[in-house]
Design a protein around this ligand. Structure first.
Ligand code: DX5
Ligand code: ZN
Length: 220
């Protein structure tokens, strides 16, 4: 069942010169998750930050840390991100040879497990993974950069994921990532999403705008 809408603020769009105060600011502004995009310049054509930076941010907020790993291979780093304070660890099936095993490894580390579906990744991959999942992340842009345009063709995939989650009866988050602003948030929610990842549209304007930005996404 679709759960209440939650907003995951993507730190990728924050001011990296003051990450600690940006994490505190979006926490105070009403975000539900802190979304942390880890990129390795290999699985995706961009570099961001790793476990030490996440660990440094950990003390700044009590919100769940929703860590989106865009790194390949991913298996050797799961333990490091768990130790850094990740609550949810999301991986791409293309980032290793055995995604089922990777999800088992996340559970063994005591963290919630997510799988991210790129725009070109078919939804059927979920059919043999749902029992291991706490979150499905539908990418509505190709991963690697903030500020891209929402890909409308992914709305059908969001609906297809919603159906599968409902049939499973498990409380799995259906998260959507990329190009989320109030207009696209409304489309994603109508298709069945219940977590909206947003960077650009949360961190737009001065710190004083974050609460309004988040509230608009929650009720678009
Ligand atoms: C892109 C990342 C996103 C990114 C979204 O690869 O996974 O989380 O921060 O940025 P916006 O909200 O600007 O599209
Ligand atoms: Zn992300």
């Amino acid at each position: 069942m679709q759960q209440p809408i939650r907003i995951a603020a993507s730190i990728l769009a924050a001011d990296f010169a003051c990450l600690g105060s940006e994490v505190r600011a979006v926490t105070d502004a009403g975000a539900d998750y802190i979304h942390l995009d880890v990129m390795d310049g290999h699985f995706v054509p961009n570099l961001s930050f790793g476990p030490d930076v996440i660990k440094a941010m950990r003390g700044q907020s009590d919100l769940p840390f929703d860590v989106h790993l865009m790194i390949g291979p991913v298996d050797p780093y799961i333990a490091d991100f768990a130790a850094a304070g990740a609550d949810i660890i999301t991986v791409h099936p293309e980032a290793g040879a055995h995604v089922h095993g990777t999800l088992q490894q996340i559970a063994k580390a005591g963290r919630k497990a997510g799988v991210a579906l790129n725009p070109g990744t078919p939804v059927e991959i979920l059919d043999n993974l749902l029992d291991l999942l706490d979150l499905v992340l539908v990418m509505t842009v190709n991963p690697g950069f903030g500020g891209q345009t929402f890909i409308d063709s992914q709305l059908a995939k969001i609906s297809a994921v919603r159906q599968r989650i409902d049939v499973s009866g498990r409380p799995i988050d259906l998260s959507v990532d990329g190009g989320i602003k109030p207009e696209t948030a409304a489309l994603a929610i109508a298709a069945g999403a219940d977590v909206l990842v947003a960077g650009t549209s949360v961190f737009r304007g001065a710190e004083g705008s974050y609460a309004k930005n988040i509230a608009r996404l929650r009720n678009p």
